[in-house]
Design a protein. Structure first.
Length: 578
């Protein structure tokens, strides 16, 4: 597992190649490309999800560079030559057909194909005709379809014409989403049949996106914009994996019988976690979550130390309308860390939660228009406990925390959350702001820590036996150390855990300046990784060690209660994504 953590860290931090070879004589060929006029897009897209076609011809016009790979299935930089239509010279996973190629009768002839090492011939060619109807935008999905539990030969490229919406949602604060099920059967991991769109905890979202049959698609539904970890579930409760979108995260090696992530070589350790990306779905956006068979996974056969390619039914997130930058809306939730006190929270006199928000709980999110707002918190009798002004800008996300100070007086603190999955590497105090060292992960397991207790002046959070938390980036560990009462870490505020190694135990130590970790506070119950699982019943006996997501863990209550109703010190967990 240590080697797995090292591999994961190196993969995340791996920079693009910086080395180059010098030659005694320059050997460059400059090819001046003719300038194309601005291309007007048609309403037809080709969705290239089949045998990884790299070449595209429309009406017998070649749009790609038609270069064979250096080795089978792999193009190196030297084999990349831009075409007029593709910067890499090769077709990607989707392409909108330029209007210039649509004939007078609204049709166009399409040919997609691949190249193999050592040959200039097109392989796996597929020809089909498309027709544009400007009133009904259409995607032509080329996917692998058929049985894929025994041989690749039984999977064939199949074409599905699927209409899509391009009109924005009725509510500008919302986004539209639907489920498209092009899954095949039988599947090696039995991830087949009807599919449902669910939230991270397995909650089905809407009857419209539930039990969508193979070859069918649901209508679009509207949801409030925000950060979601959507999952797709079969009717018998199996969770299917998403297609890994960042190869550097190394999240494609799975148990072939379940599709869950594994670590190590044979014998592997099944983490019982299914890959699902976390993403912010923007206001006004339109999306399709599409299921089909994808040869993007691998697994270890019994007795082998080499992985074998594997096709599984898995899902992708497709953007049906290009996202616009969100400069209009922000989001806020409330968290009650005031022991034995139920509260009501309002923003500009509009309730944020229904009824009373209990201790240790968070409200649902509310969308706010950019500008200045007033956050007010009252107790059950209507007495004002705290009030504060909040300046909201586009895409911001806040949690309004109410907690008692050392004297028991209510304090309201507005804390900004980073739910992007993006982070930067600092330069060790050299003054670099990290703007040139930006990185991102797609399935974060990030935890922010707070000390909101009344009588623990400083706390350090640790793993089992007082081992300091490190995550996979050691400099982030300071976000869990020497936390004073009410302190909010601003720079590098999260401990970033590996989604395949996770967190086993979480303990609280009374630390002091210069003393780390300090003394274990035995009266504070230890948290296990399983405490980060919202609904254990979701996993039907195959319980993972934790669930990924964006979290805040806060120390609350008192070690030495003074009044009969005071709450004892404990750790609460707040999850910020759905």
């Amino acid at each position: 597992m240590i080697m797995q953590a090292v591999k994961y860290c190196l993969a995340i931090l791996l920079l693009s190649g910086l080395w180059s070879c010098q030659k005694s004589k320059p050997d460059f060929l400059f090819e001046e490309q003719p300038q194309l006029p601005p291309l007007t897009s048609s309403t037809v897209r080709i969705m290239n999800m089949g045998r990884k076609a790299t070449e595209l011809l429309i009406n017998d016009t070649l749009l790609t560079s038609r270069i064979s790979p250096n080795i089978e299935g792999l193009y190196l930089d030297a084999q990349t030559r831009a075409s007029l239509y593709f910067p890499s010279g090769r077709m990607g996973s989707s392409y909108t057909i330029p209007q210039r190629f649509i004939r007078q009768d609204g049709t166009a002839h399409i040919k997609i194909a691949s190249m193999i090492y050592g040959s200039k011939d097109l392989v796996y060619p597929k020809d089909f005709d498309i027709r544009e109807d400007v009133n009904n935008p259409t995607d032509y999905y080329n996917v692998l379809f058929g049985a894929h539990n025994s041989s690749e030969a039984v999977l064939v490229d199949s074409l599905f014409a699927v209409p899509r919406k391009i009109s924005p949602p009725a509510n500008p604060e919302h986004f539209r989403i639907r489920l498209l099920n092009l899954g095949s059967a039988p599947d090696m991991a039995s991830l087949e049949g009807n599919m449902s769109l669910v939230l991270a905890d397995g909650t089905k979202i809407n009857p419209v996106t539930t039990s969508v049959a193979p070859g069918k698609y649901s209508d679009y539904i509207e949801l409030p914009y925000g950060t979601y970890q959507f999952k797709v579930m079969t009717d018998d409760g199996r969770i299917i994996p998403g297609v890994p979108v960042n190869s550097e995260e190394q999240l494609k090696t799975v148990n072939s019988a379940t599709g869950t992530l594994v670590t190590g070589n044979n014998p592997v350790v099944d983490k019982m976690i299914t890959y699902a990306p976390i993403r912010t779905f923007q206001p006004g956006g339109v999306y399709t979550i599409m299921v089909c068979a994808n040869y993007v996974f691998d697994y270890y056969q019994a007795g082998s130390n080499m992985t074998t390619p594997l096709a599984l039914n898995s899902f992708r997130i497709i953007t049906d309308v290009n996202e616009s930058q969100n400069i209009t809306y922000g989001r806020i939730q409330a968290v009650n860390a005031m022991p034995n006190t139920g509260v009501s929270v309002s923003v500009d006199n509009m309730p944020l939660n229904e009824g009373t928000l209990a201790f240790g709980k968070s409200s649902s999110y509310k969308t706010l228009i950019t500008g200045t707002h007033t956050v007010t918190i009252k107790d059950a009798t209507g007495n004002k406990l705290a009030e504060q002004q909040l300046s909201v800008s586009g895409s911001t996300n806040y949690s309004a925390w109410l907690y008692p100070d050392a004297g028991g007086k209510p304090v309201l603190k507005l804390i900004a959350n980073n739910l992007s999955g993006s982070f930067y590497l600092n330069s060790g105090g050299k003054g670099d702001d990290g703007s040139n060292n930006q990185y991102a992960v797609t399935m974060p397991y990030w935890i922010r820590f707070l000390n909101l207790s009344t009588d623990v002046p400083e706390v350090t959070f640790t793993e089992a036996n007082g081992d300091l938390l490190k995550g996979y980036l050691t400099f982030n560990a300071t976000a869990s150390q020497h936390l004073r009462q009410g302190q909010v870490v601003i720079e590098q505020p999260y401990v970033l855990f590996s989604p395949v190694l996770g967190l086993n135990k979480l303990m609280a130590y009374a630390s002091q300046p210069g003393v780390l970790p300090g003394d274990w506070i035995r009266d504070i119950p230890v948290l296990n990784g399983s405490d980060f699982i919202a609904k254990p019943d979701l996993y039907k006996g195959m319980l993972p060690g934790y669930e990924t997501g964006f979290y805040t863990v806060a120390l609350t209550g008192s070690l030495h209660p003074k009044n009969p109703g005071d709450a004892p010190a404990r750790l609460i967990i707040i999850k910020h994504n759905q």
